[in-house]
Design a protein around this ligand. Sequence first.
Ligand code: ZN
Ligand code: ZN
Length: 252
Amino acid sequence: MLLYEGRSYSKHRCHVCRKKRVYGVMWRCLHCPEYYLCSVCYLANHHCSLHRFTCLLDRDGMQFRVLARADSRRIPVSGLFYGAEVVRGTDWRWNDQDGGVGRTGKVVEVLDWSNEGGSGYERSVVLVTWENGNKKKYRAGHRGKVDVRCIAPGSGGFYYPEHLPVLCQAVKPPSSGDIVTGDRIKCEVNLAELDDPEMAEKIGLMLDHVGTVNVLLENGELLVRYPGNSLVQVNPAAAKKLEGGIHHHSVY
Ligand SMILES: [Zn+2]
Ligand SMILES: [Zn+2]
């Protein structure tokens, strides 16, 4: 689905909601060192929208890069979300809990049902309040069953169509390109409103100084040494290799 549900990613913590076990993908800022967002926070436009992100698909390092959210198409999502109006649906087997055929209810919460159904059943159950005051849980895709049908959609926020993983397209771990150990690099970073002092310090280093690539990490990132012997993990996409040393000029 929209959030690439069905997989969980638990290697890093979301910087905003601090959740470690998040469903779907994780988003990593290309400009800020070790800055991660879960999809919910990413789509809610947390962090600087001018910063480009890498979408991390799984633990094996599969990922792809997307444009900055500020430069991307943003589309509202509506459907069986909070506030949606519903009536009984095709798989209804709950007698007159709803007060009778044609009675309407309102979705008051979308629930994570993965503990009961396992991966793939996140957000597959809705809590509905009916006109008669009944408040019950219903399947909304859980094990392929739909107890309620949406007659007036609720708002599910926004999404960026170009930022969705294209499942059939091969994605590869990032490549350090032509950068090798010992290269001198400079980072191109947008200044964001960063309230995290530790992060701001790392960014200051990356912005103001030339770093030396210490190690090419297995995940494709660079471990870069900065003045003061600080080591910072840098995404190669944010690094510019500085041409140093001897230049060979051809004369014709
Ligand atoms: Zn989050
Ligand atoms: Zn950032």
